[in-house]
Write a protein that binds this ligand. Structure first.
Ligand SMILES: [Cu+2]
Length: 179
């Protein structure tokens, strides 16, 4: 009797697996935006290695990512915005006569069949007018708008800024004694 039950259960599990696989394979992932822990796919673009580097108090923060374009045409990141910041610019760090300088760029281009890497010392998103200081271990949501691929909300994990401790200390009443 119990052998019969387990046989039924096995068949049931097998059918469930087949249905599950069918659903996975049948869904057209090329058009659906989906995300897992490491990547976001939107149109012909794949975004990976994304993170936001925290900063000191209210100083601007920087965000980085890798954008891969598997399409036949060039795409461009036109704008970025976040409910957590007043403004997000595109910057490029360049070393000029031994000094690292940042300059603003209008768009971030991703050529066909290639990838654009935003990384420390190069291209980055400069996040200004932070409404909340980014706390390491948290999430920072940024909406990216691409010329062709469209719009995508990315949850950037927040990392610490090279050893700078960012502690969430509650406001003390002594803060109000000075005016
Ligand atoms: Cu910058």
């Amino acid at each position: 009797m119990s052998a019969r039950v387990s046989k039924y259960r096995r068949i049931h599990n097998l059918i469930s697996l087949v249905i599950f696989l069918f659903v996975i394979l049948a869904s057209d992932t090329s058009k659906i935006l989906y995300a897992n822990e490491n990547t976001y796919n939107i149109g012909k673009l794949r975004i990976s290695s994304f993170y936001l580097r925290g900063t000191i108090q209210s100083r601007p923060a920087a965000a980085y990512m890798t954008i891969q374009n598997s399409g036949q045409i060039s795409d461009s990141l036109l704008s970025a915005s976040s409910p957590m910041a007043g403004m997000i610019d595109f910057h490029e760090t360049r070393v000029e006569s031994g000094v690292a300088k940042m300059r603003q760029v209008r768009h971030i281009r991703v050529k066909p069949k290639s990838m654009t890497v935003l990384k420390p010392g190069g291209l980055h998103l400069m996040i200004k007018e932070l409404k909340i200081p980014p706390i390491a271990g948290g999430i920072f949501v940024i909406t990216l708008k691409f010329e062709h691929a469209g719009t995508v909300d990315i949850k950037f994990p927040i990392k610490t800024f090279s050893g700078t401790k960012m502690e969430h200390t509650p406001k003390k009443s002594t803060d109000h004694t000075k005016h």
